[in-house]
Design a protein around this ligand. Structure first.
Ligand code: FRU
Length: 493
């Protein structure tokens, strides 16, 4: 057994110790991917290989806080039911001894390749004097990965206005028989940027150029860039660190969003337009996309935020993925909606039509902590209206989604959501007569899709078990034209 396999085995054993107790814990998510125990952050290596979806994640198997990064691993036939697999990557070599950082996956010659960042701390200082290189691991069965002897395949940062320490998160794709990789970077004076490389064989990489660079309030470092084509345009999804709050925007510690443009493959330059946030909740970072065999662009993200309080840590786990989302483009904006496969989770339907709401009301059978709710509301006379979720009157718990028609603003309020961080997030939303909502609630999360994916708000919340109530409110008459509520089955084994 080589050192890599030994490290993986140690890590698997550590996770196994806690997985039983974590699986029974009240905040353990039922249909979202999360580690069996201990810490998780970014999604990595999201891909489709030999008929199955593979998803990896940044994982610290030895504790509920961030530490030397491994790659955890799950797979699924349908994006709904996920099976845990052994850890795929562990730090084991000189070039990755302090962590296998984020990266991506691609199939070549019937094998699955993972491209990741090897991280080494030089002087124990976390933000300078680190050495980040790009490396590959390969698997025939999609489960056991061998690191390549050619590693690191990108050993140095290129010349130019490029910070030599922060150089990570390779996202690889193929375009007309050539492989490309985009990397997160920053300039010497701390402006976020993305770098482009190309290769014929995944092993020899040629630096092309700085693909895109931030201007104005666009962060000091771009993490986890992801470039893909959609509707004949290029989309660059990225996670800029350090964007300052502006109005209702950018109140999380770090951001995740996209720009749309045109990539000139020869020069490697991306001409791009405005930056937009992908999700307006509290917890959404480092999204990664993949294209499946149906040609769909699917996105998944880490549903937490750096440096946020995570009340599950004391129970031996932390971090989760969002549900997988289908990405489409409309009028040069991205829309994201739950993948339709998630309908397979639905059971015990409750339905209402034409319910007039004035004041605050609950509907029999409409409650729960592991549910999907689809609501079509005719706003009519109401100017302030919305829903309270995970309500427990006795302990005054509630998570409030409220619309202000005059302002055209939707607010998610988790000040009374139970344990954990509080606050509000707001975003502008198109206010028409009819408002469509699709809401996913799991044991410690909520994801709200507004107006068929125009806006999304995702957040962790940590209410008690009793907090399962749902109420509707409206200052003047509004009409619930249609409501469907389903309990959702457990989907992670
Ligand atoms: C983003 C990130 C990446 C890095 C990884 C380390 O959340 O900081 O840039 O590769 O997490 O876990």
């Amino acid at each position: 057994m080589n050192n890599h396999q030994e490290q993986i085995e140690k890590a698997n054993k550590e996770v196994a110790k806690l997985k039983e107790s974590v699986s029974k814990h009240e905040w353990n998510l039922q249909y979202h991917v999360m580690p069996q125990a201990n810490w998780m952050n970014d999604p990595n290596g999201f891909s489709f290989f030999k008929g199955e979806y593979h998803l990896f994640y940044q994982h610290h198997p030895f504790g509920p806080k961030w530490g030397p990064m491994h790659w955890g691993h799950v797979k699924s036939k349908d994006l709904v039911n996920w099976e845990h697999l052994p850890i795929a990557l562990a730090p084991s070599e000189e070039y990755d001894k302090d962590g296998c950082f984020s990266g991506s996956a691609i199939e070549k010659d019937g094998k699955l390749y993972l491209m990741y960042t090897g991280n080494v701390w030089i002087d124990g200082k976390l933000d300078e004097d680190l050495k980040q290189v790009q490396a590959l691991a390969v698997s025939e069965d999609g489960i056991h990965f061998e690191k390549l002897k050619e590693n690191p395949v990108i050993a140095e940062t290129p010349e130019g206005d490029i910070n030599t320490f922060h150089f990570r998160d390779p996202k690889v794709w193929k375009h007309e028989n050539t492989y490309y990789v985009v990397l997160g970077s920053k300039t010497k004076k701390n402006t976020g940027q993305a770098l482009l490389y190309r290769s014929d064989d995944l092993i020899d990489w040629e630096y092309v150029s700085i693909m895109a660079k931030g201007e104005g309030n666009f962060g000091f470092m771009w993490e986890c860039p992801d470039l893909f084509e959609l509707d004949g345009k290029e989309v660059l999804v990225l996670s800029p660190q350090g964007v300052k709050p502006e109005g209702n925007d950018y109140h999380n510690l770090h951001q995740a969003g996209y720009v749309i443009g045109q990539l000139e493959y020869q020069t490697g330059e991306l001409q791009y337009g405005s930056y937009y946030t992908l999700d307006h909740g509290f917890d959404f970072y480092a999204p990664q996309t993949m294209m499946d065999e149906k040609g769909r662009r699917i996105l998944i993200a880490w549903m937490d935020m750096w440096e946020s309080e995570m009340p599950t840590q004391q129970f031996g786990y932390s971090g989760a993925m969002t549900i997988p989302r289908l990405v489409t483009m409309r009028d040069d904006r991205l829309y994201t909606l739950p993948v339709p496969e998630l309908e397979a989770l639905r059971e015990k339907e409750v339905q209402y039509t034409d319910v007039v709401i004035e004041g605050e009301e609950s509907l029999e059978g409409v409650h729960g902590d592991c549910i999907e709710l689809k609501v079509t509301m005719n706003v009519k006379d109401a100017t302030i209206f919305g829903l309270k979720l995970r309500v427990d009157e006795a302990t005054e718990q509630e998570t409030v989604l409220s619309f202000d028609k005059g302002e055209g603003i939707v607010t998610l309020d988790r000040n009374k959501s139970g344990k954990g961080p509080d606050g509000v997030r707001k975003t502008e939303v198109t206010m028409l007569e009819i408002v469509h909502l699709q809401i996913f609630i799991d044991k410690s999360s909520i994801e709200v899709f507004i107006n068929e994916g125009e806006k999304v708000m995702s957040s962790r919340i940590f209410p008690t078990n009793e907090a399962t109530g749902i109420t509707f409110f409206a200052d003047q008459q509004m009409n619930i034209e249609n409501l469907n509520k389903w309990h959702l089955k457990q989907a992670i084994k």
